[in-house]
Write a protein that binds this ligand. Structure first.
Ligand code: NAP
Length: 278
């Protein structure tokens, strides 16, 4: 956040319901402050059905950027003037930027995920065999981004088969649906379900499914070390939690709005401080 709010301070924010628990204000205000930009970022509780009005408000109040979270991602994709290719393919928007009066819907989740793989682990998806567990909003974004980044194959494993099929389609000829039996052959395994957050018995995979040398990512970031990451670590896999994706998808939003490189170190520290206080 800038040191003092003035008449020229730019406003950005996040719309969602619920939204008061969002980490985005901590992340983005830390980024504006570290970059020395006169911007401030707030949370706007907007009930389901309110996305078109929120976009009208963005135009009217000259809001510089909006993040979008549940339950508005699909409604915003339908209501913006134009969608980026990723947002159009996913039919979901997590970030709105302005081109003058034109509101452009973006989806930074998938690119944020790939950037986190590269930035945090030094792993590129090119020619890798990938398995994605889950086919919801996060899973779909990851499937598409892995395929776009050149993965050899992206196998989607999901409880509801029809959603697995739709997600695998996002990877084109390199996508298919599969089962837990596909996990041991994969180079990169991504859990995009909330399974295992509460109880160890609810884990999506067992230690036997995993092996040394694999990369195992759990998109959950609270707790930072999930039971799945613990068993993956014990199996000799390289592991990453969801904090990297959270940081990098926010960093891309910052860059889209401001044209400045994101101060990722300040954003990471703000996220860790905020999570530690919860
Ligand atoms: P979502 O759209 O609700 O999708 C949830 C997915 O998990 C669906 O595929 C669902 O399967 C599956 N699932 C849920 N409960 C299950 C269970 N008990 N057994 C088997 N499958 C189950 O949610 P989302 O937005 O994609 O988020 C998914 C996870 O990713 C959450 O833990 C969220 O916190 C995390 N996330 C992290 C980031 C980040 O930046 N790190 C960003 C977004 C989300 P069905 O299709 O069968 O219902």
């Amino acid at each position: 956040m800038s040191a003092a709010i003035s008449g020229s301070t730019r406003l950005a924010g996040v719309i969602g319901d619920p939204v008061r628990h969002s980490l985005s204000p901590a992340l983005l205000n830390a980024a504006f402050g570290a970059a020395g930009l006169d911007w401030v970022y707030v949370a706007f509780p907007v009930a389901e059905g309110g996305a078109p009005s929120a976009l009208d408000s963005m135009r009217l109040l000259d809001i510089g950027g909006l993040s979008v979270t549940m339950p508005h991602k699909e409604a915003v994709a339908a209501a913006v003037d134009r969608c980026s290719p990723a947002a159009a393919a996913l039919r979901a928007v997590n970030c709105v930027r302005r081109e003058g009066d034109v509101l452009v819907g973006e989806n930074t989740d998938g690119e944020g995920f790939v950037r986190s793989l590269v930035g945090e682990l030094g792993v590129t998806p090119g020619d890798r065999r990938c398995v994605v567990l889950g086919a919801g909003g996060a899973g779909r974004a990851v499937v598409k981004a892995l395929a776009d980044a050149g993965a050899a194959e992206v196998v989607v494993v999901n409880r509801t088969e029809s959603k697995a099929v739709a997600a695998a389609d996002l990877a084109g000829s390199r996508g298919r649906t599969g089962s837990r039996a596909d996990v041991s052959a994969a180079d990169i395994v991504v859990n995009s379900t909330p399974m295992g957050m509460a109880e160890r018995g609810d884990l999506p995979l067992a230690a036997d499914d995993l092996r040394e040398g694999q990369v195992v990512v759990d998109l959950v970031y609270h707790p930072l070390v999930t039971p799945l990451l613990e068993i993956a670590d014990a199996a000799g896999a390289r592991t990453m939690n969801g904090l990297g994706m959270l940081l990098h998808q926010a960093a891309i939003q910052f860059e889209l709005w401001t044209d400045h490189g994101a101060p990722i170190g300040a954003m990471r520290q703000a996220a860790l401080d905020e999570l530690a206080s919860r």
